[in-house]
Design a protein around this ligand. Structure first.
Ligand code: G3P
Length: 218
């Protein structure tokens, strides 16, 4: 399973990238707004800055909700950098836009996916990635990880090429569950990635190793 970081914060992106295990970045309009990135030129420059930090796929989301607007924005975003993947919401217009992008060699991430039916349409349209939002399903008493499992099964059975990108991951356990469910990618907050490192027995064991070393070596 590949790791993306789900943020527009450049410091966090650098920190995750420095770990050496980062495969890409996802952003969305809310994450860009959280960092105070506003205005078309600044937003585009921010995507380029991210591409210059991480060598991997970088999702950049369209704002338009109509087909023509999505196509215009998506082409502009894709032209920014070869690593850009155009993120498109899973709506009727969005599916049409994804099909257009597929036919024109532009890679896509179908976002805001909450059901197997939506994932089916994304795959049929040729999306590079499909992004089921597992945390937001958990928020409404629905098992988000189970949706990942179902989509992975269906895609494997019918041999769809679309990769399952588990999104809206809130904590470390979500990452482990997505791994077990067969997700191709998990896009995670930095805290959740770093949380994978945490184990008290590691800390206790390391302290003991260092203590024993000092006993002999001074
Ligand atoms: O990848 C989608 C993500 O940014 C949404 O996360 O926590 O707002 O549901 P969240």
């Amino acid at each position: 399973m590949r790791f993306f970081i789900d943020t527009a914060n450049l410091d966090q992106i650098r920190e995750a990238n420095d770990l050496g295990v980062l495969d890409g970045v996802t952003t969305n309009p809310s994450l860009m707004a959280k960092e105070g990135i506003k205005g078309e030129a600044n937003i585009k420059q921010h995507y380029v800055d991210i591409c210059n930090i991480v060598k991997g796929d970088i999702s950049a989301e369209v704002i338009a909700t109509d087909f023509e607007g999505m196509i215009r924005e998506g082409k502009e975003l894709a032209a920014l950098h070869e690593q850009i993947v155009v993120k498109v919401p899973c709506t009727k217009e969005g599916i049409k836009a994804i099909k257009y992008f597929t036919d024109n060699g532009i890679r896509t991430n179908c976002t805001l996916v909450f059901s197997v039916g939506q994932a089916l349409l994304a795959a049929k349209a040729g999306a590079t990635y499909v992004s089921p939002f597992i945390g937001r399903l958990d928020d409404v008493s629905t098992d988000g990880v189970e949706l990942i499992r179902q989509i992975v099964d269906v895609y494997n059975y019918y041999e769809y090429g679309t990769q399952v990108l588990a999104a809206s991951i809130r904590h470390t356990m979500h990452i482990v569950q997505c791994l077990e469910a067969g997700a191709d990618v998990a896009t995670c907050p930095l805290d959740a990635i770093l949380g994978l490192l945490k184990h008290p027995l590691t800390d206790i064991g390391l302290a003991k190793f260092l203590e024993d070393y000092k006993k002999v070596n001074g």
